[in-house]
Each structure stands twice: as structure tokens, then as C-alpha cells.
Design a protein around this ligand. Structure first.
Ligand code: RUQ
Ligand code: CUA
Length: 679
């Protein structure tokens, strides 16, 4: 039934060779595949809006990007795990704690997958969850501010690839380990004792239904396998969670061969309602752990980072009837649940078919104990007894499946570079369409929800080759848009993307656009260094720290002349943007700063730290072209030699005589324009 492993691997190898020669040999039909009226379908006239927001993972650039569909226009890059000079993310004092981990600041990650929050299995337009693969983390991004609000690190995990996934009402966001590692004791157990000492975990992170605040409710200890993409149940399967997993061989070297030895790996079905109940009943154990929990506060306009010290660990030995394994052909990369919640689709990367399981049959097999032995002590359900059907000859290298609202499924085929549309009811292939080239994820509008919107589907491809103008050794990352409103899938647009796109999820614009935050109200600004008017601007010295309470409004900074800073001082520019008007940020940058600029939204305060290392004059200015007189929005910081006795002075709009006696408070501090003060 399965083609032999060696034969299959050689097919994969051949395909890889084919990929490398694509450049010289463009496949026929690559441009002919576009339908005649494609332009009309994707054209969003100037001044008009797109129908969907598409939240696309940025892969190894660590960001999330937002595109309009169907135009493919890039609307925003949202920094998540990586520093981002454009907004000062990770450079401002307020955002630095967001990148804190138990290993200190980690200013980068590999962001693969996103999950949009749902209520009753439908998009609710509140949050986007995203995973950091490398240093296990999950982020929550607000769809109101398009900003990262929270990042939680996942302990007892490595390679947080199987993440994040949500339950139907966003009760939990869920993460599984890719790499199994020693957990709890013997933390540096020799690698060749993997089979005995290395374990996996899956983490259930509770999401507060009103604030969105995340907390690791519990972790479940699992056999030392590799988890991959997973999904929560829906409707009838609401209480269950389905994790795809590979490396049931428990190999720790040359996984390419050693983790592909067995004919079948598994889907791990976990009853999370039971797990929740066991946790409540105290069957888990609080164990020491160390992980950062970072939260951004939109009123204080700053983040805090707390290191948590323990986590609740459930050992399935103490939790009966919670976990079952469903056999699944050859190294599944993902499992997906159809909109009705009745069918599970699994994609064995190396399998020549796509198995579809019936949730009702899974329940029956559990009730009747139709088992096929055990795996690491857990019952394995008999494959045939839970199978709904197998999609025969779908293509090569199935990876991911999404759904429309008419009972159809769409599976990406990495090796044969195509998308295959098939019917769930009778597992019949209905259509296939090429992708250019080597598709990874695909995304049907609303595809993972209970009520997919259909209409469009996007392919996120791994290799771009000849699709765009050459740009040196690296080409643009790429997505392709298909019209799926008819029986046949039709390619209508190529659009370049930022970073390496993996998963993406689109939501109708109407579900979020009206809620978009336009300004932060200045009266609500609770930042400890806010200056809510020019009258509150000042400069104060505390030891070798100099704090500047600065304001920005079109088109000046207050104060804009500052003297009395000395070499060796740390100067903190706390800049409050006094504007209360949509889309009028001001920026702030100072010569020789060794971090970045900061960008301050209307009503917000952000801080740039400047190490005054050498004496001299340091101009500063607004970086965002904010008015006709933006270029005049500038000032000077004078840094005098260490030990000199230049008085601390600040002013705007007045050229007061230099104060020579540092004890003279010539004009009274805190008055508005033209004030000088010394301390
Ligand atoms: S994984 S294809 Cu994270 Cu499929 Cu990207
Ligand atoms: Cu403010 Cu330019």
C-alpha cells in the first residue's frame, strides 16, 4: 500500500534535483496557468480597501506581516520576537523587556505559525497568537493595536514548532515540543541515552477570556517523540486535541533515515477536558521551572518581564483515559480538523496517500477498546477501525490541509509542487493546480474555523526561482493567490512576502477594521515619565543618569537645547507625543546612539537611552516626516567633559545666556517654552 521507503526517498531526491535545475528549465505552463480575467479579480482600485486582512508568519525574520487580500499589498510588519528599528521595538526601554527570556534578552526568533482567536470556532477579531520556534515562546498580538502585547516562554520544551494552536473558544493556546529533551532531572543526560531519558511535553496555556492574558495552566509529559502541526477539535470533537508526531523510532541522530524507519507514526489524541479536570483535582505536580512572562501595558506604555519559577506537570501515568495514539503513515507533518469537527486529516510527508479519520469511529474504538497494542504504555487505536477513508494518489509530499464551507479539502503537496482539492465525504480528488514552487503551507480564507469563508486560497511557497526579477543570490519570498469560488482552482496573483512565510490566516476586514485603535488618549497616559504638556517638560540628574521629560508636537521637540550632560552619563530621553490625531507618530533619534530610533504614537511615551561617551555636540531630530516643518523638528544635546561644572540647562525657543553658576536657578523649572533650569 505504501511505496517502499528507499524508492520514495529517491523520488524525493529526484524532485530536489529537479528543483535545482528549475532556473534553466522553466516548466511549461507556469504563466499559462493564470486565468484571463485574473487582473480584474485582484485589482483593488486606489483608495479602495481589501476584503481580508491576511496575517502571515515571517519565518526566520521573527516578525508577523499583514497583507490585504486579494491585492497582496503589504499593510504592516508587526515586530514580535525580533528587534525592529522601524518602530524601535526591542530598542526602546519600554519594549526591551518583551524580548527577555530565562536566558536573558533573545532579540530574534523563528516565527512559523499563527492562530487567530475564535469564539465558537469562528474568528472573533481579538488576538493573533504566534510561536517562537527556537527559544520556545508564544506571543499574543492585539488586532486593535497591531502590536505584540504578551510573550510567554515555554519551559521543558525545545524547538517550539508544534505551536500555537487554539481550542474552539480560545480557552487555551497550545504548544508541543519538536525536540524531546531531558525534563526535570538529569538535565545533561548523554545524547545516546535519548530513548531512556528524553521526554516530550505539550503545554496548555490558559487565555483569559477578557484580557487575553496567558498563563501556563499545565504541561503534559509525553514519550520522547517529535510533535508537529496540530489542531483542536470542533463541535463534536471540542474536548479533544490532535497532535501529529513523528520520530516514534525515538532516534537521536540522522533522523532523515532513522526517524523514517517505521511504516507509521502517530496522531496523539489528547482529551484536554480530562487533562483540565485532572489538573484541578491535583493529580499534577508543581515542579521547578524558569520562564519569562512579558506583558506590555497600553496605559503605562511599557512592558514588564517576570521570571516564573514553577509549572504544573501532569504525568499521564496518573491520568487515565487521557491519551490515545492513532497510527498514521510515515512522518506526519500535520493533522487538521474539518469544519464539522468530525474528520481528522493527516499528512504524512513521505506517504503516498492521505488518511482521513472519523472522530465518531475514534470514540467507538476507545469505547470498545479496539486497540492495536500500545506505544510507550498508551493504547494505539486500530488504524482500520478509525479510518474514514484514504485519498488515493493525491500527489507527493502532502503537508497541510485546509477546508472550504462545501465539504472540500485542499492539501499542499511539497514534492509535486501542487495543491490538490478533494472531497471529504468520498475522499475523491476533484482538482489539482500547480504552485510555483514547492508549496509549504496553504491558507483558505477562514480555513481552520467552523465556517470557512472560502473564495480565496493562498499558497506560501518555499522556492521562488523565476517568479520575480532576480535580486542576487536570494530571491523574494513568495505567495500565490487562487480563486476557489468555482469548481476549478484558478491562479490569479503572485505576490512577494517578507521573511519566510509559513502559516498564515486571513480574516474579513469587517471583523477588525472598525476596532482599530487610532490614538492613545493623552489623559490616560500613566507612563511614569510622561510629560502631558510642554509645561511638564524638564531635565533631572540622578547620579550619572540624566532624565529628559520631552514632548513632541508638530513641529518641535521640547526641550530642544540641553546642556550640562557630562561624558559618562546615561541620558534617557522620555519622549511623549502630544498629538491626538490619527497617523501622526513622531520619531526620535540622536547622533551616535548605539541602539536605534524610537517611534512614538499619538498620546504615547517612549524612551531612548543614550550613552554620552565623549564630549561634543549631539544633534537629535524627529525621524518621521510629520509636517512641512518636519525638517525643522530638531535639537542639540551638549555633552561636556567628565568632571566639568557646566550646569544642567534646558530650553526651547529662547536663547538664554549661559548660566555660569550652577547653583543659580535662573528661571524656575517646568515653565513652558523657553524655560531653563539647573540643578
Ligand atoms: S511548517 S511549511 Cu512550520 Cu509546514 Cu512551515
Ligand atoms: Cu515630528 Cu517629523
Amino acid at each position: 500500500m505504501f511505496i517502499s521507503q528507499t524508492k520514495f526517498l529517491s523520488t524525493v531526491a529526484l524532485a530536489a534535483v529537479a528543483a535545482t535545475t528549475l532556473n534553466s528549465c522553466k516548466p511549461k505552463g507556469a504563466s499559462a496557468a493564470v486565468v484571463g480575467n485574473a487582473a480584474e479579480k485582484v485589482y483593488v482600485a486606489p483608495g479602495k480597501y481589501d476584503e481580508f486582512y491576511d496575517f502571515v508568519s515571517g519565518g526566520f525574520n521573527g516578525q508577523l506581516s499583514v497583507y490585504g487580500i486579494p491585492s497582496g499589498r503589504l499593510l504592516r510588519i508587526i515586530p514580535v520576537f525580533s528587534t525592529h528599528p522601524e518602530s524601535g521595538w526591542g530598542y526602546s526601554e519600554e519594549t526591551k523587556p518583551m524580548l527577555n527570556t530565562s536566558h536573558g534578552e533573545v532579540p530574534w526568533d523563528d516565527l512559523h505559525h499563527i492562530a487567530l482567536s475564535t469564539t465558537n470556532g469562528e474568528h472573533d477579531g481579538r488576538w493573533v497568537f504566534a510561536n517562537g520556534n527556537n527559544t520556545p515562546r508564544i506571543a499574543r498580538v492585539s488586532m486593535r493595536t497591531f502590536r505584540t502585547e504578551e510573550i510567554i516562554e515555554i519551559p521543558n520544551s525545545a524547538g517550539n514548532h508544534s505551536s500555537p494552536f487554539i481550542t474552539e473558544n480560545t480557552e487555551y493556546t497550545i504548544a508541543g515540543t519538536r525536540f524531546s529533551i531531558p525534563v526535570q532531572n538529569n538535565l545533561d543526560a548523554p545524547i545516546n541515552t535519548y530513548k531512556q531519558n528524553y521526554k516530550g511535553t505539550v503545554s496548555f496555556i490558559k487565555v483569559d477570556s477578557s484580557s487575553g492574558r496567558m498563563n501556563i495552566a499545565f504541561q503534559v509529559l509525553t514519550p520522547g517523540i517529535d510533535f508537529d502541526l496540530s489542531r483542536g477539535g470542533k463541535g463534536p470533537s471540542h474536548d479533544w486535541f490532535f497532535f501529529s508526531c513523528y520520530n516514534s523510532e525515538k532516534a537521536n541522530t540522522l533522523l532523515e533515515v532513522n526517524a523514517s524507519a517505521k511504516d507509521k507514526d502517530f496522531i496523539m489524541a489528547l482529551n484536554w477536558k480530562k487533562a483540565e479536570q485532572y489538573a484541578r483535582e491535583g493529580r499534577g505536580k508543581m515542579v521547578p521551572a524558569e520562564y519569562a512572562h512579558n506583558v506590555y501595558d497600553d496605559t503605562k506604555h511599557q512592558a514588564t518581564s517576570t521570571i516564573e519559577k514553577q509549572v504544573l506537570l501532569l504525568d499521564p501515568k496518573d491520568c487515565p483515559d487521557m491519551i490515545y495514539f492513532i497510527p498514521c503513515p510515515k512522518s506526519p507533518h500535520g493533522t487538521d480538523v474539518d469544519p464539522t469537527g468530525q474528520y481528522l486529516v493527516s499528512s504524512g510527508k513521505l506517504a503516498a496517500l492521505i488518511p482521513v479519520f472519523s472522530f465518531a469511529k475514534v470514540q467507538q474504538a476507545i469505547a470498545n477498546k479496539t486497540f492495536d497494542g500500545t506505544f510507550e504504555g498508551f493504547p494505539v487505536l486500530k488504524y482500520e477501525s478509525v479510518l474514514h477513508g484514504e485519498v488515493q494518489k493525491p500527489g507527493l509530499g502532502p503537508l497541510h490541509t485546509e477546508f472550504d464551507n462545501d465539504g472540500n479539502a485542499y492539501t499542499s503537496m511539497f514534492v509535486s509542487s501542487e495543491i490538490v482539492k478533494w472531497r471529504i465525504k468520498d475522499v475523491k480528488v476533484l482538482d489539482r493546480v500547480p504552485t510555483y514552487y514547492f508549496i509549504g503551507h496553504l491558507s483558505v480564507m477562514g480555513g481552520p474555523t467552523r465556517k470557512p469563508y472560502g473564495k480565496y486560497m493562498v499558497a506560501y511557497n518555499k522556492i521562488t526561482k523565476d517568479r520575480y526579477l532576480p535580486t542576487g543570490p536570494e530571491l523574494a519570498q513568495s505567495a500565490q493567490l487562487y480563486d476557489i469560488s468555482g469548481d476549478k482552482m484558478k491562479l490569479i496573483l503572485d505576490f512577494p512576502t517578507v521573511g519566510e512565510p509559513h502559516y498564515a490566516e486571513a480574516i474579513p476586514a469587517s471583523k477588525i477594521s472598525q476596532n482599530s485603535v487610532k490614538i492613545f488618549k493623552i489623559e490616560n497616559n500613566a507612563h511614569p515619565y510622561a510629560a502631558k504638556g510642554e509645561g511638564q517638560t524638564k531635565v533631572e540628574r540622578k547620579g550619572n543618569q540624566v532624565h529628559v521629560w520631552m514632548t513632541a508636537i508638530r513641529s518641535h521637540l521640547t526641550p530642544d537645547n540641553i546642556e550640562g550632560v557630562k561624558a559618562g552619563d546615561d541620558v534617557y530621553f522620555h519622549v511623549t507625543n502630544l498629538e491626538q490625531d490619527w497617523d501622526v507618530p513622531h520619531g526620535f533619534a540622536i547622533k551616535n546612539a548605539n541602539n536605534a530610533e524610537i517611534l512614538i504614537m499619538p498620546g504615547e511615551t517612549q524612551t531612548l537611552k543614550f550613552k554620552a561617551e565623549k564630549s561634543g555636540i549631539y544633534p537629535f531630530y524627529c525621524t518621521d516626516f510629520c509636517s512641512a516643518l518636519h525638517q525643522e523638528m530638531q535639537g542639540y544635546l551638549r555633552v561636556s567633559p567628565a568632571g566639568s561644572n557646566v550646569a544642567l540647562l534646558y530650553s526651547t525657543g529662547k536663547n538664554l545666556p549661559a548660566v555660569t553658576d550652577p547653583t543659580t536657578d535662573s528661571i524656575g523649572k517646568g515653565s513652558t517654552s523657553g524655560a531653563t533650569s539647573s540643578r
